[in-house]
Every structure is written in structure tokens, then in C-alpha cells.
Design a protein around this ligand. Structure first.
Ligand SMILES: Nc1ncnc2c1ncn2[C@@H]1O[C@H](COP(=O)(O)OP(=O)(O)OP(=O)(O)O)[C@@H](O)[C@H]1O
Ligand SMILES: [Mg+2]
Length: 460
């Protein structure tokens, strides 16, 4: 068996940081950030996000005893991008910790313990995916955390980690390529204004800009587009680190961008001589979203948006009353026909009864069920007629912008269904607006009355 000479072993083993990597890690170790060590890396693809962040974690784990977590959006990615990753020189990423320093290694759990006797520390590095272990950190006191590809992570699962990250003494690094103006973008906006964060923003597409890091020559990108392997949008987002290119797989990002450009998201658009129709995603005791719409000729104006969760029907009746609009019809999704287990009544009927006891219009219509993709296409096809009140609809617009389907990096395809998360209720509700009149039945839709070929479907 090979004998190691302990004096010549260094951690991370066989790793020499590149300039831009070293800049960040030096800052993290500087006295200036001793109290709060946190870094945000907006870095393009293939620049060494995981190689360098893992190297930093190995260095720390071999110096300071504690629990360390390296977290990806999914367990599958954790395995591929780190645990089994082979580097350009043929060595494995895990080889950064020399064998004699490893106490125990578990491929099943993707964890490594650093041997106590050799280094005088006792640390564990756990590599995981937020999809499978969203609560992994709960109850554990972490010493260091890396959140990799954060723009692709479920932001709710991240919220659950926050208390642990805020613990004094716990350093953390968040890295990602942009994925539209989502939670990673918001975090970046906040962090770059804060002296507490170390922010590094690099791109690999524009050699003439100061934050350029070379990853591929220009003709590589041109070839990729020419051969249909990717699109300029994807290259802009992944190598240009451009946040304004819509989220990968976003359904309405382009339409919203266009609406902003055409000044259709403006200040006050409520017209008090017109009635207001409402469109619902109704989750009694779950999340509910409501769009408030006025129509005049070809123009469709959303004057207001409301969402809440865990509330009963009576609550929403009060919300409608408080808003004080002159209502026309309230459009509910097909499941409002289902009977409530306790009352034995359909939600739509209960809703109508409650409205009758008020001064408001009790005109309730339940829409037919339609495949989600058909509804999405219907929304897209009429989006150029949509106007939004920028203030009252802000939350709803943000939600629509984030509505997306997940991209399976490994298979390079989009998952067919939209991701069900905080953004999907607003999107479900606005679909009711589109199907309330454009499509009265699935047959009509399939007969080609609305025909929009989705650019995303080309990849599916
Ligand atoms: N300091 C370094 N020394 C040697 N090689 C490096 C260094 N940093 C990165 N690399 C190499 O660059 C390649 C990409 O690294 P890595 O997978 O960590 O990048 P990434 O930004 O996480 O990529 P992706 O966007 O595909 O997830 C790897 O083969 C890695 O070996
Ligand atoms: Mg990576």
C-alpha cells in the first residue's frame, strides 16, 4: 500500500485557486469579515463554482471541527456535480481531502468525516440535495454551508435554512448562474449594497468587459448555436450572467418583459365606469389567488391582485367588499364544483350564497377543466392585450414572472408540468381569465382556434 508522507499533504489537495477564486476566499478569511463570513458568487457556467467552493470547505473542515453542508437544488445534482465528479486532470473532486485524513466515507449518505487523530479536528462534510433533505440542517449547528446553483433551488426550502445560516460563527457561500429575476437576483441586489456580503460577479461572454473570465473561445458559442445545441438566450444567461434573460423554462417572462417595454404595466388604470370581473385559484384553507379585471374593447386591464393562504371563504368575501369595486362575474376553477366534506355543498354554491348576503354581484361562473398547457398557451396568446396596474398587481406580476417548469440538466429537457410552488397560484388564476372566453371547450381549442407553438415545447 502506498505510504503517505504527512508533511507533504496539503488540503485542499492538488488545488491551486485561480485569481478570481482566491480573491473571494482571501476576503472570506480576512479580519474584516470575521464576524459574518458570507459570499455571493454570480458566476458563469464551468468557471469552477463547485471545484473552488468545495476546496474552501475542505480547507475549513480540516482546520475547524464542525458540521459542514454542501447543498444543491437536488440530490441527483449533488451526486453528479460533486460527489462523483471527475476533474479535467482525471482526479476526483473528493480527492481534495487526502485519504489519510478521512475517517469514514459513506457513498450512500454522501458524507465524509475527517479523521480526528491525524489532524486534531473532528468534522463532517455532508453533501445533499434540497429536494430530498430539506430539513437536513434543522437541529444541527453548521459551521459552514455552501448553497450551490441557488437560482435553481426551491426558495421555501432555503427559508427553512435561514436560522442556521444566521447563527454566529457559521460561514456560508451562495453560488449560481442567473436564472431570471428570481430569488437569487433579489438576493444579489440586496447583497451588493451591503458591506457585510462579499459579492463576486463574473461573466465569460464579453472579453472586453472588466469582469470577464475566459471559459470558452467565442467561436465555441457560435458553434453551439449554429448546431442547435443551445440558444443565444441560454448563452446570455449562462455565460453572460444576464439576469434579464427570462428564467430558464419560464412561461411568461418574455411576455412580461414586452409588457414593460410597451408601457402596459403602468400606474393607475382602474376605470370606475366599468365593472370588475374576478378570476380565482381557490384553495380554501390553502393558497388562494385572485385577479381583478376590467375589459374595454380589446383592452384587458388587471386593476388589482390579491393572494393569501390558510383563510376561509368568508375572509375572501370581506376582501372583495373592502376593495369596493363594482363587480361583474366571479370566475372560479372547475374544482369549485366539488362538494365540501363538512357542509356537503359545492364551494361555488357556498360562495354564491355568501355573496347574496352582501351588496355585491353574486354572479358566479365555474369554468371547465382544461389541460394546463392549453390554458398557458391561451394566456400567452392574449398577453399582448394585457395591461396591469403596476402598484396593485406588483405581487401578481412577480409571481407570473417566476412561473416556470424545471429544466432537467442531465437529460437537457424541460419537465412537462409547471413547478407547483408559491408562483403557481397567480398563474393558475390568470389562466381562468384566458379560458373564460377564448376557449369554451377543449375541442374548440384543439380545433386550432388558438394555436401557439411554445418555444419551450421544442425542447420537451
Ligand atoms: N482552480 C482550479 N484549478 C484547476 N481546475 C479548475 C479550477 N477551478 C475550476 N477548475 C476546472 O474547471 C472545470 C469546471 O469546474 P466546476 O464543475 O467546479 O465548475 P462549475 O462552475 O461548478 O460548472 P457548472 O456551471 O457546469 O456547474 C472542472 O473540470 C475543474 O476541474
Ligand atoms: Mg457546478
Amino acid at each position: 500500500m502506498e505510504r503517505f508522507n504527512m508533511d507533504t499533504l496539503t488540503v485542499p489537495h492538488n488545488f491551486i485557486p485561480r485569481d478570481y477564486q482566491l480573491d473571494v476566499f482571501k476576503e472570506l478569511d480576512s479580519k474584516r469579515h470575521l464576524d459574518e463570513r458570507k459570499a455571493l458568487l454570480v458566476w458563469p457556467r464551468q468557471i469552477g463554482k463547485d471545484t473552488s467552493c468545495f476546496a474552501y470547505m475542505c480547507k475549513e473542515a480540516c482546520q475547524v471541527s464542525g458540521n459542514y453542508f454542501y447543498i444543491f437544488p437536488t440530490a441527483e445534482e449533488a451526486k453528479r456535480a460533486l460527489w462523483t465528479k471527475v476533474l479535467e486532470d482525471g482526479t476526483k473532486l473528493l480527492d481534495m481531502i487526502p485519504e489519510p485524513f478521512i475517517g469514514r466515507i459513506s457513498n450512500q449518505e454522501m458524507s465524509i468525516t475527517i479523521s480526528k487523530d491525524k489532524l486534531g479536528v473532528s468534522s463532517t462534510i455532508q453533501v445533499l440535495g434540497l429536494d430530498r433533505n430539506p430539513n437536513a440542517i434543522r437541529g444541527v449547528t453548521p459551521m459552514g454551508v455552501v448553497l450551490s446553483e441557488f437560482a435553481f433551488s426551491d426558495v421555501e426550502a432555503y427559508r427553512a435554512l435561514l436560522p442556521a445560516l444566521r447563527r454566529k460563527g457559521c460561514w456560508h457561500i451562495i453560488n449560481s448562474t442567473p436564472n431570471g429575476r428570481n430569488h437569487f437576483y433579489n438576493l444579489f441586489l440586496g447583497a451588493k449594497e451591503s458591506p457585510k456580503w462579499i459579492v463576486s460577479f463574473k461573466q465569460a461572454l464579453y472579453p472586453d468587459r472588466p469582469n470577464y473570465v475566459h471559459v470558452h473561445p467565442q467561436d465555441y458559442f457560435e458553434d453551439q448555436v449554429k448546431t442547435g445545441m443551445t440558444t443565444w438566450d441560454d448563452i446570455e444567461r449562462e455565460y453572460g450572467c444576464n439576469f434579464t434573460v427570462g428564467m430558464k423554462g419560464a412561461y411568461y417572462a418574455d411576455q412580461i418583459e414586452q409588457a414593460y417595454k410597451e408601457d402596459r404595466i403602468t400606474d393607475v388604470i382602474y376605470n370606475d365606469v366599468l365593472t370588475v370581473d374576478t378570476f380565482w385559484d381557490l384553495g380554501v384553507d390553502d393558497s388562494t389567488a385572485i385577479w381583478f379585471r376590467q375589459k374595454s374593447g380589446n383592452k384587458i386591464s388587471f386593476v388589482d391582485y390579491y393572494e393569501d393562504n390558510g383563510k376561509n371563504l368568508q375572509h375572501y368575501i370581506k376582501v372583495l367588499e373592502a376593495k369596493g369595486y363594482n363587480y361583474g362575474t366571479h370566475y372560479l376553477p372547475h374544482d369549485a364544483r366539488q362538494r365540501n366534506i363538512q357542509s356537503g355543498m359545492a364551494t361555488a354554491d357556498m360562495f354564491e350564497d355568501m355573496l347574496r348576503q352582501t351588496q355585491m354581484s353574486a354572479n358566479v361562473e365555474v369554468l371547465d377543466r382544461l389541460p394546463v398547457q392549453d390554458g398557458i398557451n391561451a394566456v400567452r396568446s392574449r398577453f399582448s392585450r394585457y395591461h396591469f396596474d403596476a402598484g396593485a398587481c406588483l405581487v401578481g406580476i412577480k409571481r407570473l414572472e417566476l412561473y416556470h417548469r424545471r429544466y432537467d440538466k442531465k437529460r437537457q429537457v424541460f419537465i412537462k408540468e409547471p413547478v407547483h410552488d408559491g408562483s403557481s397560484h397567480a398563474a393558475d388564476a390568470i389562466r381562468m381569465e384566458a379560458i373564460s372566453e377564448d376557449i369554451t371547450s377543449a375541442d374548440q381549442f384543439n380545433s386550432g382556434r388558438v394555436s401557439v407553438i411554445s418555444d419551450y415545447d421544442l425542447f420537451a
